[in-house]
Design a protein around this ligand. Sequence first.
Ligand code: UD1
Length: 393
Amino acid sequence: MNSQKKSHDSSSPPRKVMHIVGARPNFMKVAPLMREMSRYPQKFDQLLLHTGQHYDDEMSKCFFNDLRLTEPDIYLGVGSGTHAEQTGKIMIEFEKVCFKEKPDLIIVVGDINSTVACALVATKLCIPVAHVEAGLRSFDRTMPEEINRILTDQISDYLFTACEDANQNLIKEGIPKSKIFFVGNAMIDSLLNHMKTANNSIILEKLGLRKNNNIKKYAVVTLHRPSNVDNKKILKGILNALNELAKEIPVIFPAHPRTIKQIKNFKLQEMVNYEENLLSNELNKTNQNMQAIIPLGYLDFLCLISNAAIVLTDSGGIQEETTILGIACLTLRNNTERPITIKEGTNVLVGNDPDKIMNIATSVLKNQNLRKKIPKYWDGKAAKRIIKILINK
Ligand code: UD1
């Protein structure tokens, strides 16, 4: 193993770069990086490692197809577990891979357990770590992702940020400026690359939302944060508000497997009209205005949110996607690590109080005068900037 972190000499052989993915929101961040890096075979020899944190086809495989990502070179197959079990399993398996493959650089993205687990293993083996989407902070340490973000940033060598507030957060935490690179938003690279193809999706027809080129006014909901779905009272309250909203417009709810599990545990299936094995192409047979469906692939989901009247979510990435698309976003959380989506984009924090959700949703639907400023460097060129920096390091 490398005894020291070394800088790259342009005459040396291609550097072995290992990209790490584990869960759904990672795939759209890694796809543009791999595509851009593949333009420089003399500089980089790329490997893709999937930890297997997400393993269902709808949470993983279909994203590889939609994003035209190559099959992972290495699959750890760690699956689900408690935080310690999942993080520990990833670390043990990833260390073996590092011993065998001896990568010169690993690239981690986002803030999931796979991100921090692999960063920690690599840095202890003196393998340089690049973190894409560094510096985001919700300042809420009850959120597992916040712990993952803080730790990953502290031990990474290259911190690639998507917004000015992220740069400031890192500086306040004592990260040297020389490690911070403001490059823009790699996830938005994917959105802009795939929007045209997403427009060809027939998901709106399948859901009965478009007929003869007329699109109904509808809402899209996603929920998966433990703070929203692991407590029966909170989850029931949110579903009550969504049922109220469904009296006005159809509410489509592509539900995360964790959320479905909790809905079943709490016996709330009737509130979302959930039917086991409901396939998306059978949906237009249902006449429900509030409809939970299986998670959608990347292109279908982009098509669905880009035509929605309103999106209600507790996801991080969707706050950014709706900002770019100019679609109203209500974030069902009390804080966000992405404040730029509120300041410059279309995002509003509403928390999880049912009355507040319903009141704000109603007023947003009436008044669609949204600000549509595009944050700096959310321009489809983040991957280009990142790879240019890595070539010169
Ligand atoms: C993880 C990330 C979160 C990210 C989210 C996107 C962490 C701490 N959390 O949360 O930041 O926003 O992914 O989806 O890393 N499950 C399945 N099939 C799967 C994956 C999960 O059934 O393919 C179920 C299992 O019951 C599992 C639960 O979902 O226990 C939670 O999965 P996990 O990967 O632990 O966290 P997410 O909630 O998906």
